[in-house]
Design a protein around this ligand. Sequence first.
Ligand code: RP5
Length: 151
Amino acid sequence: MGSQSDWATMMACAETLDALGVAYETRIVSAHRTPDRLFEYAKSAASRGLKVIVAGAGGAAHLPGMAASMTRLPVLGVPIESKSLKGMDSLLSIVQMPGGIPVGTLAIGRPGAINAGLLAASILALSDNALAEKLDAWRSDQTASVADRPI
Ligand code: RP5
């Protein structure tokens, strides 16, 4: 994520991965304030054994796109809800990538963070049958939790 202030949102991604038993690491990597850290992180990600990168950033949200430019790993971008523009700035910054450097862009804020965790797990589950079964169970539990009628 681009800032400590993003953690309140990105925590939802971490909790989703926890629920599915997916290992992950968390880092603050700012495209603007710590550009050297971003270069090192993105360029070494694949060789360190990472499989998917979830990048959450807000405002002029260059982190996901810049990360994607330096790794062939799938990069999922989470637009953080900004104070001034409610995350529309983040969304448009992340989603409008030029052809050739893809970023899978999720919804603004907490729903996007949750879905980034689920989507990362889905990608990993393509080659992990145990995780695929956990994802199926997670979805079944979600379906079962929806009441027929409001109370
Ligand atoms: C972005 O600027 C971060 O991703 C964050 O969403 C936004 C604001 O950062 P702070 O000023 O709260 O550190 O780089």
